[in-house]
Design a protein around this ligand. Structure first.
Ligand code: UT7
Length: 327
């Protein structure tokens, strides 16, 4: 039994926030942002657009490519750190929007690695025979939890969603060869949202007064762990499939920082033509970044038959992981 990626889709807000726009808002410069991060612009949700909005559109695009009707879905897994509500799950809202009445739906929280975690869970549902058709979505509206007064973080993030349809298949094309996930909870407090959970509830005045509702990050520390974690996860994927870096036709890493991406690719000996990046246009969209990039690479015809596509992510938790696809 193979696990086939039969469709990919993505959805991005129309509103573009450029580095020049940010220069008007905080003490920063286009030059600093580009050289330190590689980001030129990012997409920002308009009023009335939510995580479910982008998730549903990305899902519809993936379902259309797969030729799968929403009623055929057995499962919807939605990865996000910015759900529409603390509960119910945004996956249930997306189930309702799509009319996927036969699907079980739940959210998954693994920060920027969430899409890889979602693939890993979906793979196991299919290989065990528990599901045949699954939608895995990464969707984020990070602009709603970014502190627009904090130049250390607000220049980094953007909104959007990506999705894939996974199906049980006897064919070997477009198939998921492996997934690997890792966690290191010892560093949970290097990248997190201190407020609006049970420790610092949204109802406490302290949460607002001390600006606890926003993303907090020790950027330098996260940077070092990210390079090491992505390398470890990528090597695990290669080793478990008996492959070498030279066998990889395209590396699609989580899009957080161009310097992290380049350092990871260098350690893996993947040259720039085999590296996909769209960070300059979208910034860091957390769990949406890999499925958006996968969909763009797919629609641009960059995924060649039998090509080995390596997906690798790192995020808050810490969480990290990899997936290897035979296209
Ligand atoms: O998605 C999950 C994983 N997340 C990541 O992987 C993010 C990992 N971290 C990073 O990408 C980088 O650490 C950052 C881009 C966040 C920061 O880059 P850095 O090279 O580590 O810079 P820094 O934090 O060491 O800051 C250098 C200087 C500081 O000034 P001083 O203290 O040296 O005078 C900052 O205040 O740059 C200053 N700075 C800025 N200057 C202009 C920080 N943000 C800005 C800004 N504009 N937006």
């Amino acid at each position: 039994m193979n696990v086939k990626i039969s469709g990919t889709g993505s959805s991005l807000p129309h509103k573009i926030l450029t580095n020049a726009d940010l220069e008007q808002m905080i003490d920063t410069s286009d030059e600093w942002i580009r050289t330190r991060t590689g980001i030129t612009e990012r997409r920002i949700a308009a009023p009335g657009e939510y995580t479910s909005t982008f998730a549903a559109e990305a899902a519809r695009n993936a379902l259309a490519m797969a030729g799968v009707h929403p009623e055929e879905l057995d499962l919807i897994i939605l990865s996000t750190v910015t759900p529409d509500f603390p509960f119910p799950s945004t996956a249930c809202i997306v189930q309702d929007i799509l009319g996927a009445v036969n699907a079980t739906a739940f959210d998954l929280s693994a920060a920027c690695s969430g899409f890889i975690y979602g693939l890993s869970v979906a793979e196991k549902y299919i290989r065990s025979g528990a599901a045949k058709k699954i939608l895995v979505i990464g969707s984020e509206t990070l602009s709603r939890i970014v502190d627009w007064q904090d130049r250390n973080t607000c220049v980094l993030f953007g909104d959007g969603a990506g999705a894939v349809v996974l199906e049980a298949s006897s064919e070997s094309d477009h198939s998921l060869l492996s997934t690997h996930t890792f966690s290191n909870g010892a560093h949970w407090n290097l990248l997190y949202q201190p407020g609006s959970g049970s420790r610092n509830p949204a109802s406490a005045s302290r949460t607002i007064d001390e600006r606890l509702i926003y993303i907090t990050m020790e950027g330098n520390e996260v940077f070092k762990h990210a390079v090491r974690g992505m390398e470890e996860a990528a090597i695990k994927a290669l080793d478990s499939n008996g492959l070498a870096p030279a066998d990889i036709s395209l590396l699609i890493p989580h899009q957080a920082n161009q310097r992290i991406i380049s350092a990871t690719a260098k350690r893996l000996e993947i040259d720039p033509p085999r590296l996909f990046t769209n960070l300059h246009r979208y910034g860091n969209t957390s769990s949406a970044s890999i499925p958006i990039a996968l969909d763009e690479a797919n629609r641009q015809g960059l995924l060649k038959p039998d090509g080995k596509i390596l997906l690798v992510a790192f995020g808050g938790g810490f969480t990290y992981g990899s997936a290897l696809v035979n296209w």
